[in-house]
Ligand binder design. Sequence first.
Ligand SMILES: Nc1ncnc2c1ncn2[C@@H]1O[C@H](COP(=O)(O)OP(=O)(O)OP(=O)(O)O)[C@@H](O)[C@H]1O
Ligand SMILES: [Mg+2]
Length: 221
Amino acid sequence: MKIEIKNLIKEYTQGDQTFRAVNDVSFSISNGDFFCVTGRSGSGKSTLLNIIAGLTLPTSGNVLLDGQEIFALPDEAISLYRNAKIGCVPQQYSLLSDLTVLDNIRLPFYLAKRDGDSEKEAQRLMALVGIEKLAARMPKRLSGGQVKRVAIARAMINKPGILLADEPTGDLDAQTTEDIMKIFKKVADEGTAVIMVTHDLDTTEYANRRFEMNSGILSQK
Ligand SMILES: Nc1ncnc2c1ncn2[C@@H]1O[C@H](COP(=O)(O)OP(=O)(O)OP(=O)(O)O)[C@@H](O)[C@H]1O
Ligand SMILES: [Mg+2]
């Protein structure tokens, strides 16, 4: 699977001023790549991820999945792209509080209206992220690092072609951060492309390509 990001521009208007949160960004990512994006607060990193996730419509430009322009599709097909092809670990993640860890992880499987059962895959992913003993736990009894691990497993349940992670290690200790980077590396090695936004420079060494965002402009480091 190949994702091409072509000349993405996102303009926002504040008062009578229009500015570009994302300013002509282009790159390609394929199976097994692990990209990281650093950059100051407000430089457009989350906006870029949200466009790639099909959550935010770009002002111009497009995201191509195996040659197909995502934003040329009808809304319903964009939702399907998002649910079936993309896994997201958002900057602020809240699990559904009245579902167990296992059911939170399985939820996107049902949202994507898949046939069959997701329990085996959920168990494989819980083992991958090291939370196999927490299947029956309710989210309010998890630590911050455990919540992130559940969010990663949840993002992977539909075997997405691309995993988008927005500051996945934001408030975690060094050991948990290292564990999560190793998980992303494993996920990339299994064939999912990973794009991670991070403020933590120690985590960038796990990536195979590093980018920096400056006032909406993406450049390779
Ligand atoms: N819906 C919106 N309407 C107007 N402006 C927006 C909107 N969303 C984001 N912005 C602006 O676009 C710019 C980029 O925001 P974005 O959230 O992408 O930054 P970021 O790089 O993720 O920052 P951080 O590191 O703090 O998460 C900011 O100036 C922000 O205020
Ligand atoms: Mg952000």
